[in-house]
Ligand binder design. Structure first.
Ligand code: BMA
Length: 331
C-alpha cells in the first residue's frame, strides 16, 4: 500500500527506473549497482555532470543537467532518456528566451530542479546575478526554454518548488546564503501569487549541532505529497577536519503549512561512502536534486550528484522511508 496522495503530480509511473535492494543490505536508501549513471565526460566539453534533475516526459524522461565545462563554467543542459538511466545530453547549453535583456547575461547556472506544475515544466536553479540567487524558468517541450525571473535578491541557493499551489499560492523552499562556500544555511518557505513576486517567508528548519547536518542544509528534490505530509529529501553538511561532507536526509512537512516540520529523521539516509562519492572534484558529496516516484508501487528513484563530478541514482520504498522518518524522528 502506497501512502502517496493521488493527484496529477503523483501519477502512476510504471517505467520508473528500479533495482531491488541488495539482499545483504538493510539500508533505507540504496544505490544503483551500475552507478554512476552519467560519467563526467558524457558530452565532449564536460569537465563534470552532476547535481541534475529528471522528470517523466512523453513516454520516457527529460532532464536538466548541471554541466561544468572545461573552462569550469557552470551551465544547464537539457537531456532525454527512454529509461531514466541512459541519457542523451545536449552538448550545447540551454539557450533561454528572455523578455528582459537584463536577465540574459550568463554568470553561472547550476543545481537545477524541475517540476511539472499545472500546465508546464518549471525549472529553478542557482543563478548568478550579482551573486547567487534562484532563477525560475519554464518549458513545455524541453526544446524552448523561457527565463521568467530571479525569485529573490542575492544571495540564495537551493530553490525548490512545490508541485502544486498551497493555499492558492505557488510555494518554494530556498536557502539564503552568501557569495562563497557558505558556512551556514537554513531552509525557508516562500509563496507567490504569480511565480514572479515571492514573499511571506517562513523559517522551516536549520542545521543540527554535532550531527551529519551541523553546518548547513538545503532542500533537494521536489517535495512529494503523502498522507503523512510533504516528504522533503534534503542535503545536510558536516564540517570535518577534511572539509565539508554532504549527505542526504529527509523530513515530513505539514501539508497546509509546510514551514511546520512534523517529523525529521535524525540519521542520514545516505552519506558519501563509495569511490565515486568520495573521490572527484569535490570529495565526499552526495547531493540529491530530483526524485521520481510511482504512486502504484511506492517506488522512489533519487538522482544525486556525486563528488561534484558524476550523477548517481538511488532507490527507496516510499512507505518504508516514511516509517523510517517517523520512527527515527528528532525535531
Ligand atoms: C554547494 C553547491 C553544490 C555543490 C556543493 C559541494 O555549495 O555549490 O553545487 O555540489 O557545494 O561542492
Amino acid at each position: 500500500m502506497t501512502q502517496v496522495l493521488s493527484s496529477a503530480h503523483n501519477a502512476r509511473l510504471s517505467n520508473i527506473p528500479w533495482e531491488a535492494r541488495p539482499p545483504d543490505s538493510s539500508d533505507i536508501v540504496w544505490r544503483y549497482s551500475k552507478n554512476p549513471i552519467i560519467p563526467r565526460n558524457a558530452i565532449p566539453n564536460a569537465n563534470s555532470i552532476f547535481n541534475s534533475a529528471a522528470v517523466p516526459f512523453e513516454n520516457g524522461f527529460a532532464g536538466v543537467f548541471r554541466v561544468d565545462d572545461k573552462r569550469r563554467m557552470m551551465d544547464l543542459h537539457a537531456g532525454r532518456s527512454a529509461d531514466g538511466i541512459h541519457w542523451e545530453i545536449d552538448p550545447n547549453p540551454i539557450m533561454w528566451q528572455f523578455d528582459d535583456p537584463e536577465l540574459s547575461k550568463l554568470v553561472h547556472r547550476y543545481d537545477p530542479r524541475v517540476v511539472w506544475l499545472e500546465d508546464r515544466y518549471y525549472i529553478t536553479w542557482c543563478n548568478g546575478y550579482h551573486g547567487p540567487t534562484i532563477g525560475i524558468g519554464y518549458t513545455y517541450d524541453f526544446k524552448t526554454f523561457t527565463f521568467l525571473e530571479n525569485a529573490y535578491l542575492p544571495y540564495n541557493r537551493n530553490g525548490v518548488l512545490f508541485p502544486r499551489k498551497i493555499n492558492g499560492k505557488y510555494a518554494m523552499l530556498s536557502r539564503p546564503s552568501d557569495t562563497g562556500h557558505t558556512a551556514f544555511g537554513d531552509i525557508f518557505y516562500s509563496e507567490s501569487p504569480d511565480m514572479i513576486h515571492w514573499g511571506k517567508h517562513r523559517f522551516v528548519m536549520g542545521p543540527k549541532s554535532w550531527r551529519w547536518e551541523s553546518t548547513k542544509i538545503g532542500a533537494g528534490p521536489i517535495p512529494i505529497e503523502t498522507k503523512e505530509g510533504w516528504l522533503m529529501i534534503y542535503h545536510g553538511v558536516l564540517t570535518s577536519c577534511n572539509g565539508y561532507v554532504y549527505s542526504m536526509g529527509a523530513a515530513l512537512l505539514d501539508l497546509d503549512q509546510p514551514w511546520k516540520v512534523i517529523y525529521r529523521a535524525a540519521p542520514y539516509l545516505m552519506s558519501p561512502q563509495t569511490l565515486y562519492e568520495c573521490v572527484g572534484d569535490v570529495p565526499n558529496v552526495v547531493f540529491p536534486c530530483a526524485a521520481l516516484h510511482d504512486s502504484e508501487t511506492g517506488r522512489l528513484a533519487i538522482y544525486y550528484g556525486a563528488a561534484d563530478t558524476v550523477t548517481g541514482l538511488a532507490f527507496a520504498q516510499l512507505d518504508e522511508l516514511i516509517d523510517y522518518i517517523k520512527a527515527n524522528s528528532e525535531l
